[in-house]
Design a binder for this molecule. Sequence first.
Ligand SMILES: [Zn+2]
Length: 215
Amino acid sequence: MSDTAPTPEWKQQLLDGYSTFRSSNFRRQKDLYEELGRHGQSPKVMLIACADSRVEPGDIFDTIPGEMFVVRNVANLVPPKDETAGYHGTSAALEFAVESLEVDAIIVMGHESCGGIKACLEGAPKPGGYIDKWISILDEPRVVIKAAHSPDAHQSEMEFEGIRESLKNLMSFDCVRTRVESGTLELMGAYFSVIRGVLFFGDGPDGNFREIPPN
Ligand SMILES: [Zn+2]
């Protein structure tokens, strides 16, 4: 690329954002960044969220650097324990959070209008592709949800059920189950309504999600 080539819009937005970060957030939290860089992280919470660009964990929970260990993937899924060879990115992050960082809690956060869940219900854009295989984690719950609810409720019911399935799959990992059973690790579901900007927690014994009252 020559020096005179125009900067593409996406790149200019990144540069503008970085400039703002340097002059505001980084300047304000310079000591915190230095401390974290020198001495490492010790977040208390691991959050498993969707890769969807509309669901920004740092905004929703107003976190600072070092506060939350976040993994984002398609449809915020936790796969079941699988010891076969493979590139298990979410499982690797889980192992690190539980065994090395020793987080106090793991939160699985789903969201409204999830494209991954839509693909689960209607079929992935590319049959046999990576998304298709990934969302097959929800094959069994999908059958249950489709049988129990009318079509207009499938999307939202499946979004909630995907969170419950991931919480169940978390317990298939020995490192998670051992700490949950000893009372040193809590698991919780959460759900974010993009349209309303409202958060739900699924922390009751009935598996239902309740809206967190806004202040
Ligand atoms: Zn999503």
